[in-house]
Design a protein around this ligand. Structure first.
Ligand code: SF4
Length: 88
């Protein structure tokens, strides 16, 4: 096999590897469900204090000791946001 054929074959293999990697990355991004991403505190008007008696500790989304299933970051049990949903 001459040198030009080796280089050409190497180029094709490299291109195929890049394509496979790109397709895999695209697949990972596509299969990630939209609901897996939590909202930012700013987007849901999170505050560190209760609102009219409503607080994170009483919300269905609160995960003790300091997180939330739908809002990103550290969450105080005494905080509140616009997604508040009272535990039943
Ligand atoms: S009030 Fe908002 S931040 Fe607090 S637990 Fe509920 S959804 Fe999460």
């Amino acid at each position: 096999m001459d040198e030009q054929a080796k280089v050409s074959r190497r180029s094709i293999l490299r291109g195929a590897a890049l394509l496979a990697g790109g397709t895999l990355a695209a697949g990972v991004i596509q299969i990630k469900p939209a609901y897996a991403q939590k909202a930012s505190k700013e987007a849901v008007k999170y505050q560190e204090s209760p609102n009219n008696g409503q607080k994170c500790g009483d919300c269905t989304y609160f995960q003790a000791p300091s997180s939330c299933g739908v809002v990103d970051g550290a969450i105080s049990p005494n905080g509140w946001c616009s997604l508040y949903n009272k535990k039943s």
